[in-house]
Design a protein around this ligand. Structure first.
Ligand SMILES: O=C(O)CCC(=O)C(=O)O
Ligand SMILES: [Fe+2]
Length: 308
């Protein structure tokens, strides 16, 4: 048995040539892990995979983490996080974009970024495929970093960026708010969804991937708030804002991103230390179910801000 690798559009790979339901040899496991570090985003198609097998497969890449939002984990399989559109909870995730109601749209983000200790990765498996929309986007921030000019790279070595957790999208400074209106049931504060009020998390503007050693642009639109003390590094506050706007736009360029259009039997694994992701959402009433497993982050990449 040997793995076949097909590049996806721009970033990531599709991996085929093995059966996810059969025992996976330690040799193949090692190859899969290596590919994960090399490409960050991996798609598997046409797999008729059970929840147990998803959990077992995910463990190849590290110990699994339970998600803090207990209400959305599966009762039977605590490692599985169930993401559902088209059900009772839709109203809490519904907002207006250019006058259109959309359920579950998420800006580009890294999971648990706001804790300073993001999970290492995650696996998504399509359980019910939305009849339209419901794409998941992935962006490779190592490739985005590599493509920056040398002056920007040198500047970023000196800078730190802060992420400020908030429940209200309109409080986020670097997402596109044009034509956005929250829905009547959109959560307004962390306690509304059982979250603590996280303190700001700070990261170097460029991190070194703990395993591969690659440099990763640590600038992602969701919750992004500011450069820490920009004047100490020769930037006015205005310049630091323009820099973050430029970097956010850079990371989202088509050449660093891939949008996965789900089909039945699809599974996607990504490296959350390197890649960001987003979701396009669905129209109200459209059913979409994804099962997710989370690979623990055993390293703190940022720091929780206590003093500035
Ligand atoms: O529903 C999706 O496609 C992904 C949602 C998401 O951001 C996540 O699972 O971390
Ligand atoms: Fe996410």
């Amino acid at each position: 048995m040997s793995l076949q690798i097909t590049p996806l559009d721009n970033v990531g790979i599709e991996v085929s040539g093995f059966d996810l339901n059969a025992p996976i040899s330690s040799e193949i496991q090692a190859q899969l892990k290596e590919l994960w570090y090399e490409h960050a985003i991996m798609v598997f198609r046409g797999q008729d995979i059970s929840p147990e097998n998803q959990i077992e497969f995910s463990r190849i890449f590290g110990p699994l983490e339970m998600h803090p939002l207990k209400a959305t984990t599966s009762e039977e399989y605590p490692e599985l996080f169930e993401l559902e559109n088209g059900g009772e909870k839709d109203k809490f995730f519904t907002a207006f974009y250019q006058g259109e109601q959309i359920v579950g749209r998420l800006d580009w983000h890294k999971d648990l970024h706001y804790t300073a200790r993001p999970n290492h990765g995650a696996v998504l498996r399509a359980v019910v495929v939305a009849e339209e929309d419901g794409l998941t986007g992935f962006g490779d921030l190592a490739k985005a970093y590599d493509a920056l000019d040398e002056d920007t790279k040198a500047l970023l070595e000196k800078l730190e960026v802060a992420y400020s957790f908030s429940m209200q999208r309109r409080h986020m400074r670097y997402v596109n708010l044009e034509g956005y209106e929250p829905g009547p049931f959109s959560p307004r504060k962390p306690a509304d969804v059982g979250f603590p009020d996280f303190a700001d998390a700070v990261y170097p503007a460029v991190i070194t991937h703990p395993v591969s050693g690659r440099k990763v642009l640590e600038v992602v639109e969701q919750f992004l708030d500011r450069v820490i003390t920009p004047q100490q590094f020769g930037l006015s506050n205005d310049e630091s804002i323009e820099l973050l706007e430029r970097l956010v736009a850079h990371g989202k360029k088509p050449e660093f991103t891939y949008f996965h259009k789900w089909q039945e039997g699809d599974m996607v694994l990504w490296d959350n230390w390197r890649a960001m992701h987003c979701t396009t959402g669905t129209r109200p009433g459209v059913k979409r179910v994804i099962n997710r497993t989370t690979i623990e982050g055993d390293i703190t990449l940022g720091r929780v801000l206590t003093t500035e």
